[in-house]
Design a protein around this ligand. Structure first.
Ligand code: Q46
Ligand code: ZN
Ligand code: ZN
Length: 304
């Protein structure tokens, strides 16, 4: 296949778009597509300060790279969860530090969960038998992102979720008919409380292999190992299923997710379930909670 722009051999072939591009034109296309989506979905304004959540993986580092190239005022946040007896988290952190060292203006901050709150995620989970590590981890990460965004007065938190991630979550939510989750699954989540950050996903239209191609062509070095707790996760199984579907029917993954968004936006699917729950301020941290007293995050640490 040849590059559609210049006729040179294509380095990336996006079957879902029937588009092949050489390395140079692919990188330009990827960056301008991201900008187009930021504007189309009014994710954030050109002068806004953005906090990008980075894990050391390809998607979040690629997003940081693209936002810097687009000239946004962006700062990264790495949350050290203390996973893999520190090894996995340490490794991941090194990729974040190396990324920043190679680029001017790549500012970042690190929140070390153990140093800040007293325990690593695996330690916390071992004391909370019956609760899944990933559910505790998600709760802690969300809290920290909201806190840092609030304290640092960032306009939004950007994450590197791609279309494969979003389609797998959608598949899971549909399989269990999780109406509440379906109502809140979107590329832009507005802030509904002063302590709750606006959340945006500028890569939500890219296939995972497209973000991998971008990272490869830009020589972004990232952590290859997965979090040990991700192994065997159902979300990975759902991704494999969707990839099988995609292999049979080109563009199926994209259609599955984008049709959902369209039905949500144009036909008001799940709009009734989006009605706001009454939120109160947590007595300790000020973040919103539906329960009186402490929020789930503060309760977690009070109990431990
Ligand atoms: S980091 Fe945390 Fe993930 Fe690891 S423990 Fe689970 S949620 S898998 S994105
Ligand atoms: Zn070209
Ligand atoms: Zn709280």
């Amino acid at each position: 296949m040849k590059c559609k722009r210049c006729g040179e051999p294509a380095a990336v072939n996006m079957r879902q778009h029937r588009l092949g591009l050489c390395g140079e034109h692919y990188l330009n296309w990827f960056v301008s597509q991201t900008q187009r989506l930021i504007e189309k979905y009014t994710m954030f304004a050109p002068e806004a300060r953005i906090l990008v959540a980075v894990s050391g993986g390809k998607d979040s580092l690629a997003l940081w790279d693209v936002l810097l190239r687009l000239g946004y005022q962006v700062e990264a946040l790495y949350i050290d969860l203390g996973i893999g007896e520190g090894r996995y988290s340490e490794e991941s952190k090194k990729f974040v530090e190396r990324f920043a060292m190679d680029r001017q203006n790549a500012h970042y901050r690190i929140v070390d969960v153990q140093a800040t709150y007293g325990k690593t995620i695996p330690r916390l989970a071992s004391e909370r038998r019956g609760r899944k590590v990933c559910s505790l981890c998600g709760l802690v990460k969300r809290h920290i992102m909201n806190r840092v965004a609030y304290e640092g007065e960032f306009a939004a938190v950007a994450t590197g979720h791609n279309l494969d991630d979003e389609a797998a979550v959608l598949f899971q939510n549909v399989l269990h008919w999780q109406v509440g989750y379906l109502a809140r699954q979107a590329p832009v989540l507005p802030s509904t409380h002063p302590h709750l950050a606006r959340k945006v996903k500028p890569f939500f239209r890219f296939y995972e292999r497209d973000t991998a191609a971008y990272a490869f062509l830009r020589r972004v070095d990232y952590v290859y190992d997965e979090c040990p707790y991700a192994r065997g996760a159902t979300s990975i199984f759902y991704k494999e299923l969707l990839n099988q579907l995609e292999a049979r029917s080109r563009g199926a993954k994209q259609q599955f997710y984008l049709s959902f968004l369209q039905a949500r936006q144009e036909e008001g699917l799940f709009s009734e379930s989006r009605a706001q729950l009454e939120l109160r301020d947590c007595e300790k941290c000020g973040q919103p909670t539906t329960a009186p007293g402490l929020c789930a995050f503060c309760r977690l640490w009070e109990e431990s």
